[in-house]
Design a protein around this ligand. Sequence first.
Ligand code: NAD
Ligand code: AKB
Length: 324
Amino acid sequence: MEKILITGAIGQIGSELTMALRERYGKENVIATDIRMPTDVDLRDQGPFEFLDCLDPHHITRVMQIYQVDTIYHLAAILSAVGEAKPNQAWMVNVNGLYNILEAARQYHCALFVPSSIGAFGRSTPKDKTPQDTIQRPDTMYGVSKVTGELICDYYHKRFGLDSRGVRFPGLISYETEPGGGTTDYAVEIFFEALKHKKYTCYLKEDTSLDMMYMPDAITAMIQLMEADPSRLKHRNAFNVTAMNFTPAQLAEEIRKHIPEFEIEYSVDPIRQEIADSWPNSLDDSAAREEWGWNPKYSMAALTKDMLDKITERIELPSEQKSR
Ligand code: NAD
Ligand code: AKB
């Protein structure tokens, strides 16, 4: 029976991936870990949870031994906007933390999933339909750490035969857990603000085009790639994956189909705008489609409806707004 360790399990992706993997492989077989304690009762009580700092290699190996781990989803990281504010911490967690996990995975013969990001591209990368294999010269610490991660995961596969796999995620949109300090967070905040206040002030310019994906598709991508037949994988780490592409103005227009009074204003944050401007407008994900059958389900319209429905169920709204 597979024993799966998740690092950064309390974060935006980890909180949903943990529940999905417990559902698929059995609650006792999925060990959620983080440097924060979970407040979500299901995540905390439905299966094992361990405090685990990926900067502590001895602790990693101790947890691996106790649970006889054979697969790791390594999600512990510092995201792009926080990474620009704290570049030293971003390098430590995203590079040194990954190195510790790679070493543990090598010693204990584990399969390893590590997500990269559209942040691994930079201004000199072709912006539209960004190819799978192309120029990667990012100028953020997040991007530098992500390219380093992609390369070292490939190295461990080639040099040690480690079964490392990964995708380059676009901005992920979800309602369960707040995003952890990225540049694409506006695309989550906008839904909560639209429902609570019918207005949102966006920190990116109205015409900033970025790729995005709804969390259910992201969860499917991770599991599907880790279960894929290895003989079909020409690429290993950092498959481009995407589901949709929009600007803040286009997302606001889609939200207005459900909340006609919704208003969006813009107050541009120069740091996050500069990061977004250095990322692709859209990705070419044909390698993922060909090599392991990637095929996202949610469009911008389907995501918008589902986000508004799910958040409405969760937040306390005056009763007349609930009958939206
Ligand atoms: P998040 O910030 O929501 O969660 C990261 C988690 O890592 C947090 O719970 C944090 O407590 C934990 N963490 C931080 N330092 C740690 C340490 N030293 N040891 C152990 N845990 C530590 O991030 P996320 O959005 O869930 O992202 C997970 C991964 O996916 C990251 O590698 C990120 O770069 C990548 N990714 C995310 C997105 C997105 O839109 N969410 C897009 C592209 C790539
Ligand atoms: C961020 O904005 O930092 C993340 C990402 C796209 O990697 N959401």
